[in-house]
Ligand binder design. Structure first.
Ligand code: ACO
Length: 411
């Protein structure tokens, strides 16, 4: 078995092999499928070949930026197009490609790696843990009224003040540059969010509103006319349903204005919001709390740490304290005991021989890293070992973030 990086000349054979692994035939370019492949960075893709040169496995990576808690922005490989053809599975082809890819990412100086998992059972063994979650919310229109904010003075807070901006309906085909700019501003402030490289928008490679699939876009502008949010949506699938691909908003009031816009839409019986952060206040804003039904709930971004001290010192922290973490990385055959010291929002992380507070697998550290999973949940699940009664509470306090992570970029 040979694993080698690809070049532009390999694009067709790479794409063909991915399709064979997923049991699909190539999509026609009119559906946007062909465009999606055009965004692949062939110098970041790998092909696994048999001794006689037949391609049997693929793995790729996009060069993204990830926003960490504290609004630090770091480069990450977004692992994608992973597949092994059915005739060659369970012989270690993926394991060999993962090893190759992780070594390559480290050589690039990347200290985190991220992916979206087709199955939740695949990537834990390679050190990835689910780190962000997303929900689909379905709201019948006849129960969609929003409540009047109850808090004294609520009319003046950023989240609930009356909207002094405006909404204009456009078509996604004609406003890509505006969406790109708004998305970029949003993702820089949202922990867990990934960049959408300019190339993607220019190639229209991705899911709506990036792809050429026809979409309406409700574009929100502030009182000065500057775009500060949008909702990309389609009508009528199924009949009389308005489906929101994504609401991108630079603050809560803009999100509310856009939610109000789609919930008020005529000739619609229900609104499906495809991506709502699990802790989002939208359900609380409905006058009828039960009107917002969680119709989908899943993990989204999986995170793997490639360099524990660098990763822990890169993110922002919101409580002072000390914690000793004993981290096992069985896939890479590594183990390290780290003293994490947080003061004034910054962490120091050094090797130590002090007794650990927590013993954990690197995949579980990936799960808690962005603040989307409390360490105590993994202690209660039996995956992380707390060495004292207070250790889990201390870890919860330290890893907690000012804003829950969320990612809705598909790749
Ligand atoms: C980021 C992305 O692109 S997600 C897309 C992932 N791709 C797919 O889902 C396409 C369909 N599936 C496939 O192509 C293949 O089954 C793959 C890529 C998931 C696995 O490839 P393989 O070469 O069979 O994996 P490999 O032989 O290295 O398996 C390593 C270990 O993982 C386990 N494993 C592999 N796939 C799975 C799975 N789908 N579910 C559970 N365990 C799995 C194997 O049993 C093996 O365990 P062991 O070490 O205890 O024996």
């Amino acid at each position: 078995m040979e694993i080698r990086p690809t070049t532009d000349e390999d694009r067709d054979v790479f794409v063909d092999t991915v399709h064979a692994a997923f049991g699909r035939f190539p999509e026609t370019p009119t559906e946007g499928g062909g465009l999606w492949w055009s965004a692949l960075e062939m110098d970041r893709c790998l092909l696994a070949l048999t001794a006689d040169g037949r391609p049997v496995g693929t793995a790729g990576a996009h060069s993204f930026e990830l926003t960490l808690p504290g609004e630090t922005i770091v480069p990450v490989p977004g692992v994608t197009a992973v597949g092994v053809v059915p005739s060659h599975r369970r012989r270690g082809v993926l394991s060999a490609m993962m090893r190759h890819q992780l070594a390559g990412s480290r050589a690039n100086g990347e200290f985190l790696s991220v992916l979206l998992a087709s199955e939740a059972t695949i990537y834990g063994r390679f050190g990835y843990g689910p780190a962000t979650y997303t929900q689909e919310l379905t709201v019948p229109r006849h129960r969609a009224a929003l409540a009047v904010p109850r808090a004294p003075g609520a009319a003046d807070t950023a989240a609930t003040r009356a909207d002094d901006g405006s909404v204009e309906v456009l078509r996604s085909a004609g406003c890509g540059e505006i969406l790109e700019e708004v998305y970029d501003r949003y993702r820089r402030a949202q922990p867990g969010a990934l960049s959408r490289p300019h190339r993607w928008w220019a190639l229209r490679a991705g899911q709506p509103p990036i792809s050429p699939a026809p979409r309406y876009v409700a574009l929100h502008r502030d009182a000065d006319g500057r775009p500060d949010g949008y909702a990309s949506y389609s009508l009528g699938e199924p009949d009389t349903t308005l489906t929101v691909d994504e609401i991108i908003a630079t603050d809560d009031a803009v999100f509310t204005a856009l939610a109000r816009f789609v919930l008020d839409h005529d000739l619609v019986t229900q609104v499906v919001f495809k991506h709502v952060p699990p802790q989002h206040p939208l359900r609380r804003q409905l006058a009828d709390f039960r009107a917002g039904k969680v119709s989908g709930d899943m993990d989204w971004l999986w995170v793997r740490l490639l360099d524990v001290p660098r990763a822990l010192t890169a993110r922002g922290w919101f409580a002072d304290g000390e914690l000793v973490l004993d981290v096992e990385d069985p896939f890479l055959g590594e183990q390290g005991r780290h003293l994490l010291t947080v003061r004034d929002g910054k962490a120091d992380c050094v090797p130590t021989d002090r007794e650990p507070d927590l013993s954990l697998d690197v995949s579980d550290l990936g799960s808690v890293y962005l603040g989307g999973t409390a360490p105590s949940t993994l202690v209660r699940a039996g995956h992380v070992r707390a060495h004292s009664p207070d250790a889990a509470t201390l870890a919860d306090t330290l890893f907690r973030t000012d804003r829950a992570p969320h990612c809705l970029h598909w790749f």
